[in-house]
Design a protein around this ligand. Structure first.
Ligand SMILES: [Zn+2]
Length: 529
């Protein structure tokens, strides 16, 4: 039966499910498709292409090398697949055993699993094969299992992919954009998000951090610091989509309160938005992206400012942190996955190079997303490294890796450092920038020490929706400011005052929604007063 299916290519060389270890390729693809499947609602499918290509290429190369050594296709295939499975499952295994076995580093699990995988590989390598029936049967089973897994997880991924068009864009800001006029003197705009930066009153009462030195310093440099600044939305994506498009989300897109499809919100960030408006006016768009959110904005940028390590995107980091790479790198950094070093490097890079952009041609808009003091916490109050050993997790509140007590302690410390860095950055920026430049710095939402994404009663709405904001608006623009301003009005204010657009500011509202129902909003404005 089986013999008939075989296709003879050349004498002694044939391709069939029994005799060819296709499973090597499928086992190399499976973990990546699985990772995509889990995150399908928050990432674009094309991001899978590059890591998939690299993984399959590396697996093929490894297979060829092993084949060269053992001179047996079935053996080489089996040995390669054992290695691939170990490589991709180690991070998951570590994470699932971490709590029950109270693991704090890789010094036990890593050598144990490596020895186990190595023993299996060595055993197979030394095996003398007398008849080929059993190896062929094993190869056939491995092929079926690997192909089955890939088919299953691919189908699941397709089912989870967001339905495009379920929520349709109904309005675009740029419809009102006026034609460009090169003669006008427009101000440079520096727009900096300090992700999750809490307001002064919450810094004090929640984190026991009196930030008055920082606030006074900012005021002395000419900033207006609204005492009751509030966010419009409790999470990054929603907040960005709203302030970049100068409106509340329910005015921008048709919202389905039952949906948790976040790709439609990412599409709002990808749109031309306020930055597109400025680009139409002749502005150069310079972006300091974050690895998670503002990647979506890269398409509209003229310059993307990022340290080399961050050419690896978010998805690659997820692959790293769930594979053997997390352990290998961990040995060199006290058990810390590489994504944390990249996080520190990225934050320091932004603070250093944002002032440098002042030297670039005008008019320009510099948009920076600094994912700090938001968790994970990687800096102490002096900027020293705080070591984390879990795979990196950018989730906030009860979805973060920190208990309330840890959060309160570590957020407060990280915020102190970030505030010091902010003062230095602004001082450097002001040395170089044009006199009529605008600087806006704000949190996209507040902190999340008392944030439960599933339970309103365990959430401090005031903490989550009260934000730090700082406005440097020369030429009289600051006259439009007031204590309770929210980000939805930031680009409206710029367009109204500096571009003479007939556009009004909106009422400042704060909304909360649960993680699983991001569009099922409740109005929590009163908690931010
Ligand atoms: Zn955020």
């Amino acid at each position: 039966m089986a013999k008939k299916k075989k296709k003879k290519i050349k004498a002694g060389f044939e391709i069939s499910l029994e005799t060819t270890p296709f499973h090597v390729l499928f086992f190399a693809a499976y973990p990546l498709i699985l990772l995509y499947m889990v995150n399908a609602k928050e990432m674009y499918a094309y991001l899978l292409i590059k890591p998939m290509f690299i993984s399959i290429l590396a697996a093929s190369a490894l297979y060829c090398a092993v084949l060269f050594m053992v001179k047996n296709a079935l053996k080489a295939g089996f040995m390669t697949s054992v290695f691939i499975i170990w490589f991709f499952t180690y991070g998951h295994l570590y994470r699932s055993l971490e709590a029950p076995l109270k693991l704090t580093n890789h010094f036990v699990l890593f050598p144990m699993t490596m020895a186990l995988a190595g023993a299996v590989i060595a055993f197979v390598a030394r095996l003398r094969i007398k008849n080929t029936q059993t190896p062929e049967k094993i190869n056939l089973i491995l092929n079926y299992v690997a192909i089955g897994l890939v088919l299953f997880v691919t189908a699941a991924a397709i089912l989870r992919m967001p339905e495009q068009g379920k929520i349709e864009p109904v309005k675009q800001l740029t419809e009102t954009a006026a034609p460009s006029s090169a003669d006008e003197k427009y101000p440079d705009i520096y727009y900096i998000i300090m992700d999750g930066h809490a307001r002064s009153d919450y810094m004090k009462k929640t984190f026991n951090y009196d930030d008055s030195v920082f606030i006074d310093k900012m005021r002395s440099m000419g900033f207006y610091i609204p005492a009751k600044a509030k966010a419009n939305y409790p999470e990054t994506l929603l907040s960005f989509a709203s302030f970049l498009n100068c409106d509340y989300l329910d005015k921008l897109i048709k919202l389905d309160p039952a949906s948790d499809d976040r790709v439609v919100v990412k599409d709002q960030i990808k749109k031309k938005s306020a930055l597109g408006y400025l680009k139409d006016k002749g502005y150069t768009v310079i972006i300091f992206p974050s690895i998670n959110v503002t990647n979506a904005m890269k398409a509209g940028a003229d310059y993307i400012m990022t340290p080399a390590a961050l050419t690896f995107g978010e998805f690659e980091y997820m692959i790293f942190s769930t594979s053997v790479i997390s352990a290998v790198s961990g040995f060199f950094h006290e058990g810390e996955p590489p994504a944390y070093q990249a996080r520190r490097e990225s934050i320091r890079y932004d603070f250093k190079y944002i002032p440098e952009t002042a030297k670039m041609g005008s008019p320009k808009v510099v948009f920076a997303h600094i994912v700090c003091p938001h968790p994970p916490f990687v800096f102490d109050a002096q900027g020293g490294a705080v070591i984390n050993t879990k795979p990196i997790n950018f989730a906030d509140g009860d979805h973060s890796d920190f208990s309330t007590e840890e959060y309160v302690e570590k957020y407060g410390a990280q915020a102190r450092f970030i505030d010091d860095m902010t003062v230095k950055m602004v001082e450097n920026l002001m040395k170089n920038m044009k006199k009529n430049s605008i600087i806006i710095i704000h949190g996209d939402h507040g902190s999340g020490s008392h944030l439960n994404w599933e339970d309103y009663t365990k959430t401090d709405f005031g903490e989550r929706l009260s934000i730090f904001s700082a406005y440097y608006l020369p030429g009289g623009g600051d006259k439009l400011l007031y204590p309770g301003i929210s980000p939805v009005n930031n680009f409206r204010l710029i367009q109204k005052f500096y571009f003479g657009e007939k556009i009004n500011l909106l009422p400042d509202k704060s909304y909360f929604s649960k993680w699983d129902k991001p569009y099922d909003f409740i109005d929590v404005t009163k908690y931010t007063q």
